[in-house]
Design a protein. Structure first.
Length: 254
């Protein structure tokens, strides 16, 4: 009989050695990079075109059937415009708009389940056709033929508490205009304080109608939103376990 699920978690010695060697190699490269940057501040990344990055793929979404544009002859007002002379909102590739990131989530879940059961079975004979002894054998009747007791109980508790609060602004660039007029945006912000770098990345799809007159949009109105907030530097490096420890946590079966 085979147990593929159970045995797959136990790696062969050669595999363990290879994984450990790979982890040591990666750790050595990272260590050399850290040694080369001792006393140096984290370097700011260069400003690059997001569409020219390796692995970049244009966003493709389901599009409605094309419709003919409606024009208003002899009208000084343009449909969809919020300014008499020019609409200042982002509407084409390369335009910039400000994303107001507001994330305030709070969740609290508590569950408790209790279960108990007690069973008791007794069976015996104290009278056989009016007699207290067995016929022919002349022996006392067994008062207890079977006695069984069982008790089971379980108590389970669970609690989840989560709270996130992030409020900031970041400028994003329109990288693509979809056929239905929606805008694909992407923005990145880096702030270096002493030897710690903070990064904020925002990407997603917005409707031109959701962009306010001051050329800002709330993060809650971004479809397919990708928001990342983190950092790198000396403080973040101390908070991370060593590469060897991470490798051992993966390969050890116990």
């Amino acid at each position: 009989m085979r147990f593929p699920v159970a045995t797959s978690r136990f790696l062969r010695p050669n595999t363990i050695i290879a994984v450990a060697a790979l982890g040591g190699l990666l750790g050595g490269c990272a260590a050399l990079d850290r040694i080369a940057n001792i006393g140096e501040k984290p370097k700011l990344s260069t400003i690059d075109n997001p569409t020219a990055q390796p692995g970049y793929k244009p966003v493709q979404m389901p599009m409605p059937a094309p419709q003919l544009a409606a024009y208003n002859p002899n009208s000084l007002w343009r449909n969809g415009s919020r300014a008499f002379f020019k609409d200042q909102r982002a509407h084409q590739i390369g335009d910039i708009l400000t994303v107001t990131v507001k994330i305030s989530d709070k969740a609290g879940i508590a569950n408790e389940t209790r279960r108990s059961r007690a069973n008791k079975e007794d069976s015996g004979i104290d009278n056989f056709f009016g007699k207290s002894k067995l016929p022919l054998l002349n022996k006392n009747l067994p008062v207890k033929l079977l006695q069984a007791d069982s008790t089971a109980s379980s108590d389970g508790k669970g609690a989840v508490t989560r709270q996130e609060d992030l409020q900031t602004n970041v400028a994003a660039v329109v990288t693509q205009v979809l056929p239905n007029g929606n805008l694909v945006i992407e923005g990145k912000q880096e702030v270096r304080v002493n030897f710690e770098m903070r990064e904020l990345i925002v990407a997603g799809i917005v409707r031109p109608e959701d962009i306010q007159s001051d050329n800002t949009i709330d993060s809650t109105k971004i479809a397919e939103a990708r928001i990342a907030y983190g950092g790198r530097g000396q403080i973040t490096d101390v908070q991370q376990p060593r590469f060897g420890q991470q490798v051992m946590d993966i390969i050890l079966p116990f």
